[in-house]
Ligand binder design. Structure first.
Ligand code: CP
Length: 311
C-alpha cells in the first residue's frame, strides 16, 4: 500500500529500509540535513556513542557516519574488519549485537547477508542504521541521494531519472527507485538484461504505481533526463566470473555522451567508481558525485540526531 505522508517520531527508530518511511518522513530528514549543512552543531550528541560495525568494506558510509558522530560531539567504537571480532570465532550476529548494544547508544552496521540489518534491529534495544545489507538495501545512501537530487534540482516531484548499470546487485538503486517513485519521478532502468531490476523490487514499485521503462542503452534518453544515476557493476556479487566479464565496462560516461543534455542535468554515483565515469567528465558542470558523497555527512548527522531524539 502507498504510505501516507504522516510524520512519525524518529526517536529510537531503526533505519533498515526506505519502505519503512513515508514521504513526509523523507522530507523531514532532508529538511533536518539542510540545517546541518547550513551550520555545525558541535555539542548536540555529546556523550553519545556510535558502534560502527562494518563486516564488508566501506569508505564513504563508515567514515561519514563516524565523522558525523564526532562532529556532533559524540564518540565512536568501531569494527572495520570482521576478522577482528568474535564473529570469526563463530559468534552469531544476534549474540554480537546483544553485547555491542550494551557498549553504545546507536549502531550502524554493514553486513553481507540480506536481512541482517532487520535481524540486528529486532535484537537491539538501541536504534540500528543499515549501512548496506548484501544486495538488498542501503537506505542512508538513499536519503543522501534524495538530498543531493533536491540540492541540484530544487524539487523531487516529477523528475526524469535514469538508473544505470548494475540494477540487479546494486542495492542503492533498489532503495532509490522506490523513494523516487513515491515522489512521482519518471524512471528509466538502463542495464544489460542480465542485470535489470529484480522482480521483488518491481513488485514493490508496481504497488506504488511507479512510472518506469526498461532499456539497454542511455543515448536516446539523454536530452530528457534531469538525473543520471550511474552505478558500478558489483563484481564481488557475481557467482560466476565469466558472467561479470560479459558486462564489464558496458556503460562509460564520456563528454561525448553529454552533448545534448539539459542545463540542469546532473550525474550522481554512490561511488566507488571503477570505469563508469570517464575522468574527463569530472570537470564538467554535470558532475555532482563528489558533492553527493560530501552530502552524506549532513544526512547522516541528521539521521543520528533524529534517532537519538535530539531534533
Ligand atoms: N556509497 C557507498 O556505500 O560507498 P562505500 O562502499 O565506500 O561505503
Amino acid at each position: 500500500m502507498p504510505r501516507k505522508s504522516t510524520l512519525r517520531s524518529f526517536k529510537n527508530r531503526d533505519v533498515i529500509s526506505v519502505r519503512d518511511f513515508s514521504k513526509g518522513d523523507i522530507q523531514h530528514v532532508l529538511k533536518v540535513a539542510k540545517t546541518f549543512k547550513a551550520r555545525p552543531h558541535p555539542d548536540l550528541l555529546k556523550g553519545t556513542i556510535l558502534a560502527s560495525l562494518f563486516f564488508e568494506p566501506s569508505t564513504r558510509t563508515r567514515f561519514s557516519f563516524e565523522s558525523a558522530m564526532e562532529r556532533l560531539g559524540g564518540s565512536v567504537i568501531s569494527l572495520a574488519d570482521a576478522k577482528s571480532s568474535s564473529s570469526s570465532k563463530g559468534e552469531s550476529l544476534s549474540d554480537s549485537i546483544r553485547i555491542v548494544e550494551k557498549y553504545c547508544d546507536v549502531i550502524v552496521m554493514r553486513h553481507p547477508l540480506e536481512g541482517s540489518a532487520r535481524l540486528a534491529a529486532e535484537v537491539s534495544k538501541n536504534p540500528v542504521l543499515n549501512g548496506g545489507d548484501g544486495a538488498n538495501q542501503h537506505p542512508t545512501q538513499t536519503f543522501l541521494d534524495l538530498f543531493s537530487i533536491h540540492e541540484t534540482q530544487k524539487k523531487l516531484a516529477g523528475l526524469h531519472v535514469a538508473l544505470v548499470g548494475d540494477l540487479k546487485y546494486g542495492r542503492t538503486t533498489h532503495s532509490l527507485a522506490y523513494a523516487l517513485a513515491l515522489f512521482g519521478a519518471r524512471l528509466y532502468f538502463i542495464a544489460p538484461q542480465s542485470l535489470q531490476m529484480p522482480d521483488h523490487v518491481m513488485r514493490d514499485l508496481e504497488k506504488i504505481k511507479a512510472k518506469y521503462s526498461f532499456h539497454t542503452h542511455p543515448e536516446p534518453f539523454m536530452p530528457k533526463l534531469d538525473i543520471f544515476y550511474a552505478t558500478r557493476i558489483q563484481k564481488e556479487r557475481f557467482p560466476d566470473p565469466l558472467e561479470y566479464e560479459k558486462v564489464e565496462g558496458i556503460y562509460v560516461i564520456t563528454k561525448k555522451l553529454l552533448k545534448k543534455v539539459k542545463k540542469n542535468f546532473r550525474i550522481l554515483h554512490p561511488l566507488p567508481r571503477v570505469n563508469e565515469i570517464n575522468y574527463e567528465v569530472d570537470n564538467t558542470p554535470y558532475a555532482y558525485y563528489f558533492e553527493q558523497a560530501n552530502n552524506g555527512l549532513y544526512v547522516r548527522q541528521a539521521l543520528l540526531a533524529l534517532v537519538m531524539g535530539k531534533v
